[in-house]
Design a binder for this molecule. Sequence first.
Ligand code: BDR
Ligand code: CA
Length: 311
Amino acid sequence: MAKRKIIIDCDPGHDDIMAILMALAHPEELELLGLTTVAGNNHMRQVTENLLRTLTYLGRTDIPVSMGSDTALVLDPEPQDAHGITGLDGFDFPEPAFTPVKERAVEFMKNCILGSEDKVTIIALAPLTNVALLVLACPEVKAKIEQIILMGGSVYRGNMLARSEFNIYADPHAAEAVMRSGVPVVIAPLEVCDDCLISEDDIKRWEQTKKPAAQLCAGLMNFFAGYGRKRGWTQFTVFDLTTIMYLLYPERFEGFRSSCHVVLDGKYTRGMTVIDEDGNGHVYTLMKADRKYLNERFLEAIDRLDEGYPV
Ligand code: BDR
Ligand code: CA
């Protein structure tokens, strides 16, 4: 596989960090040009701080971080309970040893994309505010975006409302702008994310491995698993990780071509994704993946980070 250039737009967030770890564990396949942050799981400055702390802990202060929007296009931010008070509870991080770059996210993404010889893939793990602003304000970048792979939406479920998922619910106007942009979009909705799991045993194994990446996963996933444990689950969905898994192992996924529109408003419908198999085909909707294979690859990736990639 040719090396892919990627930008990750995120709101860390436990599962955001798992996705970032998976990307960092594959330097031969993926070139991470930078990370941009946006209001989502917590306020933008808080999730930026979470990201800077994580990269400091991992010894990866060389990766540019750029701050993005601190509010949705139209609506107010609504921090998520599932990620705790800081948005990344469960691990004792060091103070950040570096600061974000001066350019804000839209300008940063634009410069990375236009400055790259190859097309760039955007991995979107959060409300789509930054990505929407980019495609709206800088349409010249569209031809140079390979694809936008996003975690968000659902076909028949929800985690905010009966049929609405958080990333889309938090900024439905931005999501609709991205779906209309004409850039190829791949959606990892809630349904396929349930094939991207870690188990209680995986967490125990990381706890016993006294190495940096394993310890980080143990602390963060122990906290994140709390929601499922209360419901008697022994396996836990790592939503955002699904996007990097698809980028690395698309042959392990099943999906279908569709259009996708977003319901902008409504007590019961805000953020609902209307995914239509008979639509324009701009959106590839993932539905199933090889659970066992993805889980094995993730465990292997964390072991690899601890073996020698710079942690
Ligand atoms: C999405 O919402 C956030 O809490 C997670 O980080 C993920 O991006 C799941 O609905
Ligand atoms: Ca996220």
